[in-house]
Design a protein around this ligand. Structure first.
Ligand code: ACO
Length: 335
């Protein structure tokens, strides 16, 4: 049996910065409200007319990850692309990345697990490596939220939170069983599917039906979030999966060198940090600068933490996520 380890990381953020005061100009909100509730100061939005897309941001992050890994794109055996905002309804964005990277025919699979997408994708990649089926896997998280948000006061409880961006990692096999991904766990609870969702268009209401109805009050094609319910579930599930990851690795909270929580909301991260008694140096947050980038948030944060020298050989790292589905999970790894 092999273990899998990350050997290259990359990120890409669109250059267009949208501050809270920019949002104040287009909806009834305030910098104070946004910072108090979410910790967010600014986020990136793809500028209308720019060439950026979900897949192209994924490609840009992937090229950096590949270069840092020393692995040629043609040596990639599998692409896993986590997103809730794919370029097209079908096919998935993974095949678009494959084509852009010039990889002829490796499997390219989309993972539709929202905020937990990257954790699900990395855990899936780990299984393919453990069985020996694949050697080098490219795992991407990318989101283009801004074009689909209700940027009016009506949608303010959600629109202020989300941002665009992408992160990617290259993982490969190692024969050492005490390094790389040590444990992963995944969970879902479909009972709460609609508490954080974008319902329409869907196969029960195809697009022509919505267009024919042409109802300006139909908000079903914007994301919906039961914010306080999501918050309560998030803090419970984050804590459970981090605890389980610690137990499996036989680590204490003080052993953690870096916890990278999905950047849902700074208040959620702070709650978790306090619960486990972690110092600021043990938890990485960048939601202040990028907002919530859903499946991209963990690979972007992981890349930044590594770039800043906060993750090194031997570092004990935990990734943890919670999101729409509900879905949640964690990955425990030794760098
Ligand atoms: N600006 C100003 N006022 C606002 C805004 C805004 N952007 N959004 C909502 N409000 C108003 C509401 O209209 C409401 O006004 P009212 O009291 O006059 O009716 C008031 O603020 C309070 O609204 P709540 O929705 O109760 O606000 P809450 O304190 O719950 O904060 C928030 C909302 C930040 C979303 C919170 O519920 C939360 O943190 N939820 C966690 C979910 C989360 O972070 N999701 C992230 C994405 S999902 C994920 O990644 C897992």
């Amino acid at each position: 049996m092999y273990n899998s380890k990350i050997i290259g990381l990359g990120k890409y953020l669109p250059s267009n910065v949208v501050t809270n005061s920019d949002l104040e100009k287009i909806m009834d909100t305030s910098d104070v409200w946004i910072q108090e509730r979410t910790g967010i100061k600014e986020r990136r939005h793809i500028k209308k007319g720019s060439d950026d897309s979900t897949s192209s941001m994924g490609v840009k992050a992937s090229k950096i990850a590949l270069e840092r890994s020393g692995i040629d794109a043609k040596e990639i055996d599998l692409i896993l692309f986590a997103t809730l905002s794919p370029d097209y309804y079908f096919p998935g964005s993974g095949v678009l990345v494959q084509d852009e990277l010039g990889i002829p025919d490796c499997p390219a699979m989309d993972i539709r697990m929202q905020c937990s997408g990257f954790v699900y994708a990395l855990a899936t990649a780990d299984q393919f490596i453990k069985t020996g089926m694949y050697k080098n896997i490219l795992v991407i998280g990318s989101e283009y939220h801004s074009g689909g948000l209700d940027m009016t006061t009506r949608g303010r409880n959600i629109s202020v939170i989300f941002g665009d961006g992408a992160g990617a990692v290259v993982i490969t096999r190692t024969k050492k069983n005490d390094e790389g991904i040590l444990h992963s766990q995944l969970h879902s609870e479909g009972k709460y599917a609609k508490e954080l969702s974008l319902i329409g268009p869907n196969t029960g209401r195809w697009v022509p039906e919505i267009i024919n109805k042409n109802d300006p009050n139909d908000v079903s094609y914007f994301p919906y979030m039961n914010g306080q319910f999501v918050f309560k579930n998030a803090v419970i599930r984050f804590s459970e999966v981090i605890m389980k990851g610690l137990e499996k690795a036989k680590w204490k909270p003080s052993d953690i060198d870096m916890l990278i929580p999905h950047q849902a909301n700074l208040r959620i991260s702070q709650f978790v940090q306090k619960k486990f008694g972690l110092s600021d140096n043990q938890v990485y947050n960048n939601i202040q600068r990028y907002g919530n980038t859903t499946a991209a948030s963990i690979p972007i944060a992981l890349t930044e933490a590594w770039e800043e020298g906060k993750i090194n050989n031997g570092s004990k790292v935990i990734l943890a996520a919670f999101g729409s589905g509900f879905t949640w999970g964690s990955i425990t790894m030794k760098w």
